[in-house]
Design a protein around this ligand. Structure first.
Ligand SMILES: Cc1cc2nc3c(=O)[nH]c(=O)nc-3n(C[C@H](O)[C@H](O)[C@H](O)COP(=O)(O)O)c2cc1C
Length: 383
């Protein structure tokens, strides 16, 4: 239910504006994720129909106060399923069956569909609140005031001082050097050996463990919920020595690239910009890697589970940090972005909704530091 502001016509004609709020029924379709207003008879129909039984249109039209056009609208938006032959009806039936067959928790399926970001068209603006521009922060502070404090304090019964620790070598050096790069040089090619290393040590597998007779899991450099490793990597190659630009799938078993879509570098950069929600900088990278989650693989174990979707998302986030660290170790600038346009990615990779979905995009190249947004000064912590 939502509020609908209604101007009272009688008082409006006497020169006054009298706004009352009337309740309005709004439906959110699990199968499309979209919100639609419902008339009261449509609401009555939806709350009466049994979700597991097919009913003839004739019966619905006789029993309920809805017209054929309303029935068509409800079917188009996925509030009811139709047995029609058209491709939309077939796609919605498929999505409906996947929710059951793949063991989606219905609330998770709902959250997933609502949280997808859909293409806003060629004039789409970058989402300023997910960007790092200094000016945006000035505006944010002007409008919202200061954010909650950096450091969180709890009421404590006792404080324990910790020994001083200063580490500058090995993994510590890499961790301290890690940072997000944004603008990249388009002149310098990434050696294929570096791409190979990034893919192998971020997404590749380094062996197997046998958990029980006939059931093995893969050993990778990042942890994964249930050891299922459901994240797939799709490199969008834009400037790599000896590798044609295009959209590929990283084949983890054979450690190779399988071409999904041939693209010129120009087309690849345009696609990169579209996928990263029109952000200005990431499409100058040498390679972007689209991370997707295979829900069917994770849900094999975490059936109808409230945490399952979160686990797939967190798996992707772990891989993102591993990608940063390996890129840093190789002397590359790396980035991650959650500001991605799901339907562009789904279409480019032909991802079946509810089976495999976009999670985030990482990428790397040779940063042009002076153009990094903000050009922030780093002040090391006083020890
Ligand atoms: C989940 C997540 C989403 C992010 N999304 C974006 C993004 O959309 N655009 C962007 O420019 N940076 C994005 N970043 C990078 C952050 O802005 C960056 O990590 C932060 O400013 C701290 O800087 P540092 O990584 O250099 O330490 C994202 C980082 C994370 C972890």
């Amino acid at each position: 239910m939502a509020d609908l502001a209604v101007v009272d016509l009688d008082t409006f004609l006497t020169g006054k504006i009298d706004v009352t709020h009337k309740p309005k029924v709004v439906g959110v379709s699990l199968l499309t994720g979209k919100t639609e207003s419902l008339t009261y008879p449509e609401f009555v129909l939806l709350s009466t129909l049994n979700s597991n039984t097919w009913v003839s249109q004739r019966e619905i039209l006789t029993k309920f106060e809805v017209a054929q056009s309303q029935l068509n609208k409800l079917a188009e938006h996925g509030f009811i399923l139709s047995d029609g032959d058209d491709s939309l009806a077939a796609e919605l039936r498929l999505r409906d069956s996947r929710i059951d067959k793949l063991h989606w928790n219905p609330y998770q399926a709902f959250a997933y569909m609502r949280n997808r970001w859909l293409d806003a068209g060629p004039d789409a603006q970058a989402p300023s609140d997910l960007m790092g521009y200094l000016d945006d922060y000035r505006q944010l502070i002007n409008v919202y005031g200061n954010p909650p404090a950096h450091f969180h304090e709890v009421s404590s019964k006792r404080r324990v001082e910790l020994p001083q620790t200063i580490q500058n070598e090995g993994i510590f050096k890499t961790l301290l050097a890690r940072q997000t790069a944004r603008y990249f040089s388009t002149d310098k090619q990434l050696p294929a050996a570096d791409l190979s290393c990034l893919l192998m040590y971020t997404f590749g597998y380094h062996g197997t463990y046998t958990l029980t007779d006939g059931y093995t899991v893969l050993k990778k450099t990042s942890p994964s919920g249930g050891s299922l490793h459901p994240i797939e990597a799709y490199p969008l190659i834009l400037n790599v020595e000896g590798v044609e630009s295009g959209l590929y799938h990283y084949n983890i078993r054979d450690h190779c690239l399988d071409l999904v879509k041939e693209l010129t570098t120009f087309e690849g950069r345009a696609l990169a910009k579209q996928m990263t929600a029109a952000q200005e900088y990431f499409h100058s990278a040498n390679v972007l890697v689209v991370l997707t989650g295979r829900f069917d693989r994770n849900f094999w174990k975490y059936r109808n589970h409230q945490k399952a979707l979160k686990v797939v998302e967190m798996d992707a986030a772990h891989l993102s940090q591993t990608f940063y660290l390996i890129g840093t170790e190789l002397g590359l600038g790396t980035f991650t972005t959650a500001a991605i346009v799901d339907d562009i990615i789904e279409e480019s990779l032909d991802l079946p909704i509810f089976v495999e979905g976009a999670m985030m995009i990482v990428g790397c190249g040779y940063p042009i530091n002076e153009e990094t947004p903000g050009g922030f000064d780093f002040n090391p912590r006083a020890r």
